[in-house]
Design a protein around this ligand. Sequence first.
Ligand SMILES: Cc1cc2nc3c(=O)[nH]c(=O)nc-3n(C[C@H](O)[C@H](O)[C@H](O)COP(=O)(O)OP(=O)(O)OC[C@H]3O[C@@H](n4cnc5c(N)ncnc54)[C@H](O)[C@@H]3O)c2cc1C
Length: 264
Amino acid sequence: MDLKHCVPESILEPSRQTPVLGNYEIAVLGGGPAGIAAAVAASRNGRKTILIERYGFLGGMGTAAGVTNFCGLHANVRGEIKQVVHGAADDLLARIARLDGLKEPHALFGGRINAQAYDTSAYKIAADDLMLSSGVTVLFHALAVGVSMSSTSVLDAIVLETKSGRGAICAEVFIDCSGDGDLAAWAGAPFELGDGEGNMLFPSMMFRINGVDAQRAGEAWKTIPQRMLEAQSTGRRFPRRVPMVRPQKHGIEWRANMTQVSRT
Ligand SMILES: Cc1cc2nc3c(=O)[nH]c(=O)nc-3n(C[C@H](O)[C@H](O)[C@H](O)COP(=O)(O)OP(=O)(O)OC[C@H]3O[C@@H](n4cnc5c(N)ncnc54)[C@H](O)[C@@H]3O)c2cc1C
Protein backbone atom coordinates (compact mmCIF):
# COMPACT_ATOMS: atom_id res chain seq x y z
CA MET A 1 0.00 0.00 0.00
CA ASP A 2 1.34 3.45 -0.91
CA LEU A 3 0.94 5.71 2.12
CA LYS A 4 0.89 9.32 0.96
CA HIS A 5 1.02 10.91 4.37
CA CYS A 6 4.22 11.13 6.41
CA VAL A 7 4.34 8.68 9.36
CA PRO A 8 6.42 10.09 12.23
CA GLU A 9 8.78 7.84 14.20
CA SER A 10 7.17 8.93 17.45
CA ILE A 11 4.41 11.15 18.75
CA LEU A 12 4.34 13.58 21.67
CA GLU A 13 1.70 12.61 24.21
CA PRO A 14 0.06 15.47 26.07
CA SER A 15 1.03 15.69 29.75
CA ARG A 16 -1.71 14.77 32.19
CA GLN A 17 -2.60 14.48 35.85
CA THR A 18 -2.59 10.85 36.94
CA PRO A 19 -4.70 10.07 40.01
CA VAL A 20 -3.02 8.28 42.91
CA LEU A 21 -5.07 5.17 43.63
CA GLY A 22 -3.40 4.36 46.93
CA ASN A 23 -0.43 4.84 49.19
CA TYR A 24 1.29 1.79 50.69
CA GLU A 25 4.41 0.83 52.58
CA ILE A 26 5.08 -2.06 50.20
CA ALA A 27 3.93 -2.43 46.59
CA VAL A 28 4.53 -5.81 44.94
CA LEU A 29 4.28 -6.01 41.16
CA GLY A 30 3.17 -9.42 39.89
CA GLY A 31 1.03 -12.13 41.46
CA GLY A 32 3.06 -15.22 40.59
CA PRO A 33 4.70 -17.42 43.23
CA ALA A 34 7.37 -14.78 43.92
CA GLY A 35 4.79 -12.01 44.33
CA ILE A 36 2.53 -14.15 46.51
CA ALA A 37 5.39 -14.98 48.89
CA ALA A 38 6.69 -11.38 48.95
CA ALA A 39 3.26 -9.87 49.64
CA VAL A 40 2.39 -12.40 52.36
CA ALA A 41 5.74 -11.87 54.08
CA ALA A 42 5.46 -8.08 53.96
CA SER A 43 1.90 -7.98 55.21
CA ARG A 44 2.50 -10.50 57.99
CA ASN A 45 5.35 -8.29 59.16
CA GLY A 46 2.89 -5.47 59.69
CA ARG A 47 3.46 -3.54 56.46
CA LYS A 48 0.57 -2.02 54.54
CA THR A 49 0.94 -4.04 51.35
CA ILE A 50 -0.60 -4.07 47.88
CA LEU A 51 -0.10 -6.69 45.21
CA ILE A 52 -0.67 -5.55 41.61
CA GLU A 53 -1.51 -8.10 38.91
CA ARG A 54 -2.46 -7.65 35.26
CA TYR A 55 -4.71 -10.71 35.15
CA GLY A 56 -7.82 -11.43 37.24
CA PHE A 57 -6.19 -14.23 39.25
CA LEU A 58 -2.96 -15.11 41.03
CA GLY A 59 -0.39 -17.83 40.34
CA GLY A 60 1.56 -16.28 37.47
CA MET A 61 2.82 -18.79 34.93
CA GLY A 62 1.72 -21.51 37.36
CA THR A 63 -1.91 -20.75 36.52
CA ALA A 64 -1.85 -18.50 33.43
CA ALA A 65 0.52 -20.71 31.42
CA GLY A 66 -0.78 -24.13 32.46
CA VAL A 67 2.35 -25.14 34.36
CA THR A 68 0.13 -27.09 36.84
CA ASN A 69 2.93 -28.45 39.03
CA PHE A 70 5.38 -27.18 41.62
CA CYS A 71 8.83 -28.34 40.69
CA GLY A 72 11.37 -28.28 43.49
CA LEU A 73 9.26 -27.77 46.61
CA HIS A 74 10.06 -31.41 47.34
CA ALA A 75 13.31 -33.31 46.94
CA ASN A 76 14.84 -36.69 47.53
CA VAL A 77 16.68 -36.29 50.84
CA ARG A 78 18.76 -39.40 51.52
CA GLY A 79 16.17 -41.64 49.89
CA GLU A 80 13.13 -39.94 51.40
CA ILE A 81 10.85 -37.52 49.53
CA LYS A 82 10.59 -34.41 51.70
CA GLN A 83 9.21 -30.91 51.34
CA VAL A 84 12.31 -28.73 51.33
CA VAL A 85 10.75 -25.31 50.68
CA HIS A 86 8.53 -23.88 53.41
CA GLY A 87 7.29 -20.43 54.47
CA ALA A 88 4.45 -19.13 52.30
CA ALA A 89 4.61 -22.44 50.37
CA ASP A 90 3.27 -24.25 53.48
CA ASP A 91 0.22 -21.99 53.63
CA LEU A 92 -0.44 -22.29 49.92
CA LEU A 93 -0.04 -26.07 49.81
CA ALA A 94 -2.29 -26.53 52.87
CA ARG A 95 -5.04 -24.49 51.22
CA ILE A 96 -4.78 -26.31 47.88
CA ALA A 97 -4.83 -29.65 49.77
CA ARG A 98 -8.00 -28.61 51.60
CA LEU A 99 -9.59 -28.06 48.19
CA ASP A 100 -8.50 -31.59 47.21
CA GLY A 101 -6.26 -30.13 44.51
CA LEU A 102 -2.85 -31.67 45.28
CA LYS A 103 -1.31 -34.87 43.95
CA GLU A 104 1.54 -36.76 45.64
CA PRO A 105 4.97 -35.51 44.50
CA HIS A 106 6.78 -37.62 41.91
CA ALA A 107 10.46 -37.84 40.99
CA LEU A 108 11.86 -35.82 38.10
CA PHE A 109 15.25 -35.40 36.45
CA GLY A 110 16.81 -38.61 37.71
CA GLY A 111 14.99 -38.44 41.04
CA ARG A 112 16.91 -35.55 42.60
CA ILE A 113 13.95 -33.20 42.75
CA ASN A 114 10.23 -33.82 42.80
CA ALA A 115 7.25 -32.25 41.09
CA GLN A 116 3.84 -31.91 42.70
CA ALA A 117 0.84 -31.53 40.41
CA TYR A 118 -2.02 -29.25 41.41
CA ASP A 119 -5.41 -28.23 40.13
CA THR A 120 -5.18 -24.77 38.55
CA SER A 121 -8.50 -23.48 39.88
CA ALA A 122 -7.69 -24.73 43.38
CA TYR A 123 -4.38 -22.83 43.24
CA LYS A 124 -6.16 -19.60 42.22
CA ILE A 125 -8.73 -19.92 45.03
CA ALA A 126 -6.07 -20.87 47.59
CA ALA A 127 -3.87 -17.92 46.61
CA ASP A 128 -6.81 -15.47 46.89
CA ASP A 129 -7.59 -16.84 50.33
CA LEU A 130 -3.95 -16.56 51.40
CA MET A 131 -3.90 -12.89 50.35
CA LEU A 132 -7.13 -12.10 52.14
CA SER A 133 -6.15 -13.87 55.35
CA SER A 134 -2.73 -12.17 55.34
CA GLY A 135 -4.27 -8.71 54.94
CA VAL A 136 -2.79 -7.99 51.51
CA THR A 137 -4.73 -5.61 49.25
CA VAL A 138 -4.92 -7.13 45.77
CA LEU A 139 -5.40 -5.04 42.63
CA PHE A 140 -6.36 -7.22 39.67
CA HIS A 141 -6.63 -6.25 36.00
CA ALA A 142 -3.99 -3.59 36.50
CA LEU A 143 -1.13 -3.53 34.00
CA ALA A 144 1.94 -1.62 35.17
CA VAL A 145 3.26 0.54 32.36
CA GLY A 146 5.85 2.81 33.93
CA VAL A 147 7.21 4.51 36.99
CA SER A 148 7.46 8.00 38.44
CA MET A 149 10.81 8.87 40.00
CA SER A 150 11.83 11.94 41.99
CA SER A 151 15.52 11.26 41.26
CA THR A 152 17.53 8.67 39.37
CA SER A 153 17.55 6.46 42.47
CA VAL A 154 14.20 7.17 44.13
CA LEU A 155 11.08 5.44 42.87
CA ASP A 156 7.90 7.19 44.07
CA ALA A 157 5.10 5.55 42.17
CA ILE A 158 4.23 2.83 39.75
CA VAL A 159 1.90 3.81 36.90
CA LEU A 160 -0.92 1.45 35.95
CA GLU A 161 -3.46 1.08 33.19
CA THR A 162 -6.81 -0.28 34.36
CA LYS A 163 -10.28 -0.55 32.86
CA SER A 164 -11.14 2.49 34.96
CA GLY A 165 -8.30 4.45 33.44
CA ARG A 166 -4.71 5.28 34.27
CA GLY A 167 -3.64 5.55 37.90
CA ALA A 168 -0.63 5.45 40.18
CA ILE A 169 0.27 3.53 43.32
CA CYS A 170 2.71 5.21 45.70
CA ALA A 171 4.82 3.17 48.08
CA GLU A 172 7.92 3.32 50.25
CA VAL A 173 9.27 0.04 48.92
CA PHE A 174 8.58 -1.63 45.56
CA ILE A 175 9.22 -5.30 44.93
CA ASP A 176 9.53 -6.41 41.31
CA CYS A 177 7.96 -9.87 40.92
CA SER A 178 6.89 -9.32 37.32
CA GLY A 179 9.00 -12.24 36.13
CA ASP A 180 10.37 -9.92 33.44
CA GLY A 181 12.09 -7.31 35.59
CA ASP A 182 9.68 -4.66 34.24
CA LEU A 183 9.82 -2.43 37.27
CA ALA A 184 13.58 -2.71 37.69
CA ALA A 185 14.14 -1.90 34.01
CA TRP A 186 11.83 1.15 34.07
CA ALA A 187 13.63 2.38 37.19
CA GLY A 188 16.92 2.27 35.30
CA ALA A 189 18.48 -0.82 36.90
CA PRO A 190 21.12 -2.44 34.69
CA PHE A 191 20.14 -5.75 33.11
CA GLU A 192 21.31 -8.19 30.48
CA LEU A 193 19.36 -10.44 28.14
CA GLY A 194 20.15 -14.12 27.65
CA ASP A 195 23.76 -15.10 27.05
CA GLY A 196 24.68 -11.77 25.48
CA GLU A 197 24.75 -13.35 22.00
CA GLY A 198 21.04 -13.11 21.31
CA ASN A 199 20.19 -16.53 22.75
CA MET A 200 17.34 -16.51 25.25
CA LEU A 201 15.71 -19.36 27.17
CA PHE A 202 13.66 -21.50 24.78
CA PRO A 203 9.99 -20.54 24.79
CA SER A 204 7.69 -23.49 25.44
CA MET A 205 3.97 -24.03 25.92
CA MET A 206 2.46 -26.46 28.38
CA PHE A 207 -0.97 -27.88 27.77
CA ARG A 208 -3.47 -30.19 29.42
CA ILE A 209 -5.15 -33.26 28.00
CA ASN A 210 -8.64 -34.04 29.24
CA GLY A 211 -10.89 -37.06 29.06
CA VAL A 212 -7.97 -39.47 29.57
CA ASP A 213 -8.86 -43.12 30.13
CA ALA A 214 -6.42 -43.94 32.95
CA GLN A 215 -6.50 -47.68 32.25
CA ARG A 216 -5.66 -47.31 28.58
CA ALA A 217 -3.08 -44.59 29.23
CA GLY A 218 -1.28 -46.81 31.76
CA GLU A 219 2.21 -45.51 32.50
CA ALA A 220 2.32 -43.35 29.39
CA TRP A 221 4.78 -41.02 31.12
CA LYS A 222 7.32 -43.84 30.58
CA THR A 223 6.24 -45.07 27.15
CA ILE A 224 5.89 -41.68 25.39
CA PRO A 225 9.55 -40.67 25.99
CA GLN A 226 10.63 -44.16 24.88
CA ARG A 227 8.61 -43.94 21.68
CA MET A 228 9.99 -40.48 20.97
CA LEU A 229 13.53 -41.83 21.44
CA GLU A 230 12.80 -44.68 19.04
CA ALA A 231 11.38 -42.23 16.50
CA GLN A 232 14.49 -40.08 16.82
CA SER A 233 16.72 -43.06 16.13
CA THR A 234 14.95 -43.44 12.78
CA GLY A 235 15.47 -39.82 11.82
CA ARG A 236 12.49 -38.03 13.36
CA ARG A 237 13.44 -34.71 14.99
CA PHE A 238 11.60 -33.16 17.97
CA PRO A 239 12.31 -29.65 19.22
CA ARG A 240 12.15 -31.00 22.79
CA ARG A 241 13.77 -34.37 23.25
CA VAL A 242 12.73 -35.16 26.83
CA PRO A 243 8.94 -34.82 27.20
CA MET A 244 6.97 -34.73 30.43
CA VAL A 245 3.47 -36.16 30.18
CA ARG A 246 1.90 -36.82 33.56
CA PRO A 247 -1.47 -37.41 35.23
CA GLN A 248 -2.82 -34.63 37.43
CA LYS A 249 -4.70 -34.99 40.71
CA HIS A 250 -7.74 -36.35 38.93
CA GLY A 251 -6.53 -38.99 36.48
CA ILE A 252 -8.88 -37.87 33.72
CA GLU A 253 -6.60 -34.84 33.26
CA TRP A 254 -2.92 -34.97 32.25
CA ARG A 255 -0.37 -32.26 31.71
CA ALA A 256 2.08 -32.17 28.83
CA ASN A 257 5.35 -30.31 28.71
CA MET A 258 6.74 -31.43 25.39
CA THR A 259 6.85 -28.48 23.02
CA GLN A 260 9.70 -26.08 22.60
CA VAL A 261 10.82 -23.54 20.08
CA SER A 262 14.41 -24.66 19.91
CA ARG A 263 17.27 -23.33 17.79
CA THR A 264 19.05 -26.66 17.59
C1 LIG B 1 6.09 -23.22 29.79
C2 LIG B 1 6.63 -23.21 31.19
C3 LIG B 1 6.85 -24.41 31.86
C4 LIG B 1 7.30 -24.41 33.16
N1 LIG B 1 7.39 -25.61 33.83
C5 LIG B 1 7.51 -25.59 35.16
C6 LIG B 1 7.24 -26.75 35.92
O1 LIG B 1 6.91 -27.80 35.38
N2 LIG B 1 7.31 -26.67 37.28
C7 LIG B 1 7.69 -25.51 37.89
O2 LIG B 1 7.75 -25.47 39.14
N3 LIG B 1 7.99 -24.40 37.19
C8 LIG B 1 7.87 -24.41 35.86
N4 LIG B 1 8.06 -23.26 35.14
C9 LIG B 1 8.67 -22.11 35.80
C10 LIG B 1 7.71 -21.36 36.71
O3 LIG B 1 6.50 -21.14 36.02
C11 LIG B 1 8.41 -20.05 37.13
O4 LIG B 1 9.60 -20.36 37.79
C12 LIG B 1 7.55 -19.22 38.04
O5 LIG B 1 6.28 -18.97 37.46
C13 LIG B 1 8.25 -17.90 38.32
O6 LIG B 1 7.45 -17.20 39.24
P1 LIG B 1 7.46 -15.61 39.29
O7 LIG B 1 6.48 -15.24 40.34
O8 LIG B 1 8.86 -15.12 39.42
O9 LIG B 1 6.99 -15.10 37.84
P2 LIG B 1 5.65 -15.38 37.03
O10 LIG B 1 5.06 -16.69 37.37
O11 LIG B 1 6.01 -15.09 35.61
O12 LIG B 1 4.65 -14.26 37.57
C14 LIG B 1 4.77 -12.92 37.18
C15 LIG B 1 3.43 -12.26 37.37
O13 LIG B 1 3.57 -10.87 37.13
C16 LIG B 1 2.51 -10.43 36.29
N5 LIG B 1 3.03 -9.30 35.52
C17 LIG B 1 4.09 -9.29 34.70
N6 LIG B 1 4.29 -8.06 34.20
C18 LIG B 1 3.31 -7.27 34.70
C19 LIG B 1 2.97 -5.91 34.55
N7 LIG B 1 3.69 -5.08 33.75
N8 LIG B 1 1.88 -5.42 35.21
C20 LIG B 1 1.13 -6.24 36.01
N9 LIG B 1 1.41 -7.56 36.20
C21 LIG B 1 2.49 -8.05 35.57
C22 LIG B 1 2.17 -11.64 35.42
O14 LIG B 1 0.84 -11.57 34.92
C23 LIG B 1 2.37 -12.79 36.41
O15 LIG B 1 1.18 -13.08 37.13
C24 LIG B 1 7.62 -23.20 33.82
C25 LIG B 1 7.42 -21.98 33.17
C26 LIG B 1 6.91 -21.98 31.88
C27 LIG B 1 6.63 -20.64 31.21
